[in-house]
Design a protein around this ligand. Sequence first.
Ligand code: UGA
Length: 432
Amino acid sequence: MNICVIGSGYVGLVTGTCFAEFGLNVVCMDKDEDRITQLNEGNIPIYEPGLEELLKRSLREGRLTFTTDLKAGIQQSLVIFIAVGTPSNAEGDVDLEAIKEVAASIGQNMNDYKVIVTKSTVPVGTGQMVENIIKENQSEAHSFDLISNPEFLREGSAIEDFMRPNRVVLGSRSEQALAIVKDLYRPLYLLETPFVITNIETAELIKYASNAFLATKISFINEIANLCELVDGDVHQVARAMGLDNRIGPKFLHPGPGFGGSCFPKDTHGFAHLARSKGYNLKIVDAVIAVNKNQRERMVDKIEEAAGNLVGCDIAFLGLTFKPNTDDIREAPAIFIIQKLIEKGAKVKAFDPAGMPSARQVIPEVEYADDAYGAVQGCDLLVIATEWNQFRNLDWGRIQKLLNKRVVVDLRNIYDPSRMRELGFAYTSVGR
Ligand code: UGA
């Protein structure tokens, strides 16, 4: 079967490459000619472990192609996935311009029955909007069906999440379209992956509700961490004991500087905004957003307290990305914190295994080092801001010699407080 994926960004590339791995013929489309040229040579514009190998194999074996020719992509495919970006606009509303443009093109170029699948995270009601736009733009009448198939991929583990998902959600009114798309996912039946079949609106809602709930767990445990600091509690023990209750579960209860990335911040705002537009206030989601903002600010205070005086203080930062195994610095707590510290008079030297090219564009005033030890050299204080594996086993003997003062602020709680104190460090973490 031939399928087309419109939008060769993060979601589109992972979706297209993984479907090609399932044995389907996939054409991935994007307007950006440079990107398409690079992709046809096997060069991927994003950092995602494992993606390049899979993509190159499918390219070589002819199951995957990249094009800027939207018309050809649409006409030769039975199923068309929409995977274009849905950024937030200034009001926190979701910007659907790219989706609207694609829907119009699909309508104009349709030559036969098509199944149109929305992968992008879109507000409830977008499916209906896409249907209307396609109809308005059709030059000849062709039947088509819509499916909402939200993606739940995590950056850094996207291939695994696609190949072994916890669930696949499909929202549609058409039995025929559902049968066609279920067939694309056939390899997952062998793994007994649960399929949730519902209507389009519910599928759209499931994605937002899932991300908002995960963000709620993070803000919840961050508040408990803040309370632990006031009552001499240990948030890890609280989280562990809570997580042992099957009804709660252990995941997403790791405290830290708050959630970042291109999804949770945008989707919590988008969800709250959508609800308000329907006359309902999602009070919990509003609180999650506020707690997350506050958490970043608390981290700045924590560092200031450890430093004593930020004016002229040289701070080493390990980790800039919003989480490990990605080069993505969008909404990364580290970036916000560094900007605040610089505003308050500190100087920052940083190292990140993948995030430095983008960070240089956003915070050029930072000095960038070649490795963790280069960042620490000559600084007064060390902050660990992202839990990359290579920061989990630092040579503390070497760091003692490189750092002016033995002060460490660990925003991801990757070290043991008593061990760090034994090593002679003034060590601060979150909620312990
Ligand atoms: C998230 C969801 O996990 C995916 O299921 C979803 O598909 C994706 O958003 C999306 O909507 O596209 P992602 O943003 O890649 O994926 O990253 P996560 O691994 O969920 O982490 C998000 C943030 O939460 C990171 O800043 C991370 O450091 C933070 N986090 C996560 C915590 O602070 N504590 C935790 O316990 C877990």
